[in-house]
Write a protein that binds this ligand. Structure first.
Ligand SMILES: [Zn+2]
Length: 348
């Protein structure tokens, strides 16, 4: 195997979770850019916004939020899956059709409109993780719910105009594509080697220079096969296929590393760092997935403080990702910043 720490130039790396090639062109990362730039506005976010659909006591499209104190979850007012989806005829072999059955929920991390995950305490993030775990268990146990996808879109660059700290849960009769690919890849690896794909990735990343931070139960790294410049995976150091495999101390360590990753992101350029975060957990379709590699993925759209990674010809047109950076160097940048949030004076 080639030197894993070398600058990847004109190189393709195999993405072992998705089963696809990622093209690395880190020599092109500094090319001149004359298009639109992005600097988040420095406007103050209020602790309460009377117009926000997620703030305590506010009216929503359907119903009204209680004066909640901690984590608050509710059914999305405009869910993309519904138990009331009308029956359809199934189509034919080519144009197949089925009802989109299930539900969607919103989870507010905290009543304070101005906070983000990075501003919360470890115990507050633990409460969020505990909520995710119980929703995964409850929704996943419902008949016809094949997959529970929990994700957070953070920042206007990923389409979220409301800064209130929250995430969403989609639970329906469809296994999302990346999880379907991970099931396939992890099963193949298990059949070929008898070992767990997730644990093999942890073993390799743990020994590399790409670890951003770690604790007894988890590591956070910019993986060797990263698709985005500042992509971070949080991987469990012992086997787990979902949040249900975590005991209380592993939940606390997961909360600690989630918080640290989001703090390091914000500290990188001293601004709220946009990302799409997804929790990849085993499907809930009744199958047995002991080999499924449970983990968290962060996909940030920015390559530089003011430069967005645009998905264009190769990505949208061609269907494969180009990464213009070196994961080793990006991990070093995230490791170099403080683990204390720049905008928080009080120490915890
Ligand atoms: Zn709000």
């Amino acid at each position: 195997m080639s030197d894993l720490n070398a600058q990847p130039v004109w190189e393709q790396r195999w993405h072992p979770l998705r089963g696809e090639w990622v093209l690395f062109t880190s020599h092109r990362g500094g090319r001149p850019w004359i298009g639109e730039t992005h600097r988040p506005s420095a406007k103050e976010v209020p602790v309460y916004d009377p117009e926000c659909a997620l703030c305590p006591g506010n009216q929503r499209l359907k119903g009204k939020n209680p004066e909640y104190q901690g984590v608050y979850g509710f059914t999305n007012d405009l869910p993309c899956f519904s138990p009331e989806a009308p029956e359809v005829d199934g189509g034919d072999d080519l144009y197949a059709i089925r009802a989109a059955r299930g539900t969607a929920e919103v989870v507010c991390y905290h009543p304070d409109h101005s906070k983000t995950m990075a501003d919360l305490s470890v115990s507050q993030v633990s409460d969020v993780v505990a909520h995710w775990r119980s929703r995964y268990a409850e929704l996943g146990s419902r008949p016809g719910i094949d997959h529970v996808l929990i994700f957070e879109n953070k920042g206007e660059l990923v389409g979220t105009s409301n800064p209130h700290p929250h995430c969403q849960i989609y639970a329906g009769n469809m296994i999302y594509g990346h999880t379907a690919a991970e099931v396939r890849m992890a099963r193949q690896w298990h059949e070929k080697t008898g070992a767990l794909l997730g644990q093999e990735i942890v073993r390799r990343e743990e020994q590399s220079v790409r670890v951003v931070c770690r604790n007894d139960d988890f590591i956070a790294c910019v993986p060797w096969f990263a698709r985005y410049a500042y992509e971070v995976l949080i991987l469990p150091r012992a086997p787990a296929s979902s949040l249900l495999d975590l005991n209380e101390s592993r939940v606390a360590n997961l909360a600690a590393i989630l918080r640290e990753v989001t703090i390091r992101y914000d500290n990188l350029w001293e601004m709220p760092f946009p990302y799409v975060m997804a929790i990849h957990q085993a499907p809930t379709d009744g199958g047995d997935y002991p080999y499924y590699p449970f983990h968290f993925e962060f996909h940030p759209p920015l390559r530089k403080p003011d430069t967005q990674k645009y998905l264009a010809g190769p990505e949208i047109g061609g269907g494969s990702m180009t990464n213009e950076s070196n994961p080793d160097a990006k991990a070093a940048e995230l490791r170099a910043v403080s683990s204390k949030l720049y905008r928080q004076n009080s120490s915890e």
